[in-house]
Design a binder for this molecule. Structure first.
Ligand SMILES: Nc1ncnc2c1ncn2[C@@H]1O[C@H](COP(=O)(O)OP(=O)(O)OP(=O)(O)O)[C@@H](O)[C@H]1O
Ligand SMILES: [Mg+2]
Length: 312
């Protein structure tokens, strides 16, 4: 099956700064693909080249088999792009804003009202459609942005950090909406520096740092790069030395370390299921007063691969 979007060898330099270096990936029809990276990693620069707003120094992009460099209009028509900021008209209602964008995209006049109503439904704003934009929350405006990108029925939706600066309720609405679109078969390119969002929404993730993709895979594949063992932190009360000696012999415990006078850290596969055995093992020597099981996540993978954290 041919890719809905693919790029290869994309590079972009600003003066001395190499913003993007040799980036390539491919998104299948209906696939949700995430680009996860910290501030300044090159996400927006990459997207700008994918949607034809920025000319790459090298490399190429095809959308639904159409070469973006050779046939930009045909390629761009297959993309719904939501930049972080779009100028919406505050004096117009949500519905009127969408009609405006629909006309701009050349939607046939006869289909316009119907398509706008469909899109309002998709982004969950039907009941607020006739309120003026300046009465909308930041997240509702963002949903109008997403709606505007969907009007022409693109094959792929490209979102650049859609939840930055929106309230938790709108964030949820945006994520629910995006998941719904993906469930209906829309391909997605989602960029974020929030790993929880990427983990939730995306089938496959590329980790980008300093302009380069440093790893790519499903969440499980990426997490497996740091090993699949869970970390278990235990706080003990009693004869901690004797309890520690017992704990390291429990089947499934891969590594054990003392982390304080009364605390130990264990590495184990399936840590959550091991807790009862651990508690039993120390019986007679100590009691477990606190437990924490830390499963490997994308944050740990990111740290492992780049040596830095996602948050600034
Ligand atoms: N127009 C520009 N002129 C000069 N340098 C730029 C320009 N745009 C981006 N850069 C630089 O290129 C690098 C990548 O920036 P980019 O905006 O693509 O990152 P990002 O991953 O989108 O970051 P953020 O999460 O902050 O949006 C950064 O070092 C940035 O300073
Ligand atoms: Mg950006």
């Amino acid at each position: 099956m041919s890719a809905t979007l693919s790029c290869h060898g994309l590079s972009k330099r600003y003066g001395d700064v190499v913003a993007v270096r040799d980036v390539g990936f491919s998104i299948a029809p209906g696939e949700a693909y995430g680009l996860l990276g910290p501030n300044g990693a090159g996400k927006t620069t990459t997207i700008s080249m994918l949607v034809g707003l920025l000319r790459p120094d090298s490399g190429g992009v095809t959308v639904g088999g159409v070469d973006l460099g050779r046939e930009p209009l045909r390629a761009k028509a297959k993309i719904g792009y939501v930049p972080q900021e779009i100028a919406l008209y505050p004096e117009l209602t949500g519905r009127e804003n969408l009609r405006f964008f629909g006309r701009l995209f050349g939607l046939p006049r006869k289909q316009l009202a119907g398509r706008v109503a469909e899109v309002l439904e998709l982004v969950g704003l039907t009941d607020r459609a006739d309120g003026k934009l300046d009465t909308y929350s930041g997240g509702m405006k963002r949903r109008i942005n997403i709606g505007a990108a969907l009007l022409h029925r693109p094959e792929i939706l490209i979102l650049d950090e859609p939840t930055v600066g929106v309230d938790p309720q709108s964030r949820k609405a945006i994520l629910d909406g995006v998941e719904h679109l993906v469930a209906e078969g829309m391909a997605l390119l989602y960029t974020s520096h929030y790993m929880e969002e990427v983990e939730r929404v995306c089938d496959r993730v590329a980790i980008i740092d300093h302009g380069q993709i440093v790893a790519e895979g499903t969440r499980q594949e990426l997490v497996a790069m740091v090993g699949s063992a869970d970390k278990i932190e235990l706080v003990l009360d009693g004869d901690v030395d004797a309890a520690f000696a017992k704990l390291r012999t429990v089947e499934g415990v891969l590594e054990a370390a003392r982390t304080g006078d009364s605390s130990v850290r264990l590495l184990a596969e399936g840590g959550r299921y091991l807790l009862p055995a651990l508690i039993t093992a120390v019986e007679g020597y100590a009691t477990v007063t606190a437990t924490e099981v830390i499963e490997p996540d994308l944050e740990a993978t990111f740290l492992h691969l780049t040596g830095s954290t996602l948050r600034d």
